[in-house]
Design a protein around this ligand. Structure first.
Ligand SMILES: NC(=O)c1ccc[n+]([C@@H]2O[C@H](COP(=O)([O-])OP(=O)(O)OC[C@H]3O[C@@H](n4cnc5c(N)ncnc54)[C@H](O)[C@@H]3O)[C@@H](O)[C@H]2O)c1
Length: 291
């Protein structure tokens, strides 16, 4: 039997070596193993809310112990409770990622907590809207220090701490490739994250450390909820519906994203399922930006 006929016969269940007709498991063991993080230790920054919180929960659901970091400490405790509810173990390490010393201490705390480090997700990020002609040095510095420097120090600390290889996941943005008015500083930092990802993949590949990024499209998190939430926490439902409609209309599927849409892509990059993938930018964005 030639190869193609063999595959067809196997798919149809008529190949002579086809397995006896046992009930098909919900998910083949091979797939469970490929996407499992059992026994792995993962750091997630920006874990007090949004995509970082969901990444911590998803990694825990996949079997990892997580070390969760953020400047927002209240949110971290809530994330730790969600990780526990998912059956995982969370170690809380308050960290300002724009401070290199604090990021280095986070890596030390992660090694102390887990004995080894397998996954590091640089999720922390901030956004500011300003026209280029109006931007102040403080605007440029505040966003760059978190999004660009914070990611850089995270990659550096993870690169030193991952003694048995591992996976680093940077969180970029569709904005890093799609220019939009008032988002120049944010976009500039995210474009830098994309290229840092490729540079780090080249340097760290020999140590069997993979470095990839996700570039999310519009995802319903506190970062975007600021567009329809007043200072007193009141939600402007009309403004929300209007913005979600506008952003969905940029997608060929007329969709916007959820934190799970991002964390499941991150799980792929964290796990052995992506063992042949490094230096790539994965774009969970509903098709808004294609490359
Ligand atoms: N939500 C979206 O539509 C979207 C789209 C593209 C990219 N992203 C990126 O996804 C990542 C997560 O964003 P999100 O949407 O979950 O927003 P979010 O505001 O809910 O989460 C960002 C987290 O980063 C933390 N953070 C900010 N400064 C920090 C610092 N100096 N040190 C440590 N933590 C710090 C915040 O406290 C917050 O918990 C960001 O990098 C963001 O740029 C989001």
């Amino acid at each position: 039997m030639d190869m193609i006929s063999g595959i067809r016969a196997k798919a149809a269940g008529t190949a002579s070596d086809a397995a006896p007709s046992a009930a098909r498991p919900a998910l083949a063991d091979e797939l469970v193993a490929a996407f499992s993080l059992a026994g792995r230790n993962a750091v997630v920054t920006g874990a007090a809310g949004g995509i970082g919180r969901q990444a911590a929960v998803t990694f825990a659901q996949a079997g990892a112990d997580v070390v969760i970091a953020d400047v927002g400490t209240d949110g971290l405790e809530e994330t730790a409770a969600l990780v526990s509810a998912a059956g995982g173990k969370a170690t809380v390490v308050p960290t300002d990622v724009s401070e290199r010393d604090q990021v280095n201490k986070l890596a030390v705390a992660a090694l102390r907590a887990g004995g080894r480090l397998d996954v590091w997700a640089n999720v922390a990020g901030v956004i500011r809207n300003t026209l280029i002609v109006d931007a102040t040095p403080e605007d440029v510095e505040a966003v760059t220090r978190v999004n660009q420097f914070g990611t850089y120090w995270g990659v550096a600390a993870a690169g030193r701490a991952m003694k048995q290889g591992g996976s680093i996941i940077n969180v970029s943005s569709a904005g890093g490739e799609m220019p939009a008015p008032t988002l120049s500083i944010y976009a500039m930092t995210k474009a830098a994250v994309n290229h840092l990802t490729r540079c780090a993949a080249v340097e760290l590949g020999p140590a069997r450390i993979r470095v990839n990024a996700i570039a999310p499209g519009f995802t319903d998190t506190p970062m975007v909820q600021r567009n329809w939430t007043g200072p007193d926490g009141t939600v402007d439902d009309e403004a929300r519906a209007r913005l979600l409609d506008t952003r969905a209309a940029q997608s060929p599927m007329n969709v916007t994203g959820t934190p799970e849409d991002q964390s499941w892509a991150m799980l792929y990059l964290a796990s052995d399922a992506s063992r042949f993938v490094t230096g790539q930018v994965l774009r969970p964005n509903g098709g808004v930006v294609m490359a």
